[in-house]
Design a protein around this ligand. Sequence first.
Ligand code: FES
Length: 150
Amino acid sequence: MIVDRIDEIISKYKNEEGVLIQLLLDIQREFSWIPKKAIKRISDTLKIPVSQIYRVASFYTALNLTKRGRHLIRVCVGTACYVRGGPRILDSIERILGVKDGETTSDEKFTLETVNCLGCCALGPVIEVDGQYHGKLSSANVEKIISGYS
Ligand code: FES
């Protein structure tokens, strides 16, 4: 159960000072994001005000307060990818997954995001899935790539 797992993670940090960021990172590693329930449990157990936890979690861009899927798809919409069909790739992925930029599928499998450059413009159009790059894409092969992630 989610609360049991949250409590298990928090218990590693009981009686320690200055552990909030590390604890939040651990929670995120487990759930791909930081659920409200986890913030409440941290607050109750470690006696840290909820507002302080939110302040810290909001400050660090590496910490996600919105639900994330198990897989993160980042679609490049930077200029080099844009002129090579990036928007069509984004449309295809949105259609396949049934979500828009910034959203997570209802089965929590995928989160879709756009970025302005992935640093490999010559491969455009490019997407990145869980850190793995897929370049020179066409709408036709996008579906095959996505179906490869369980
Ligand atoms: S513009 Fe897409 S990788 Fe640079």
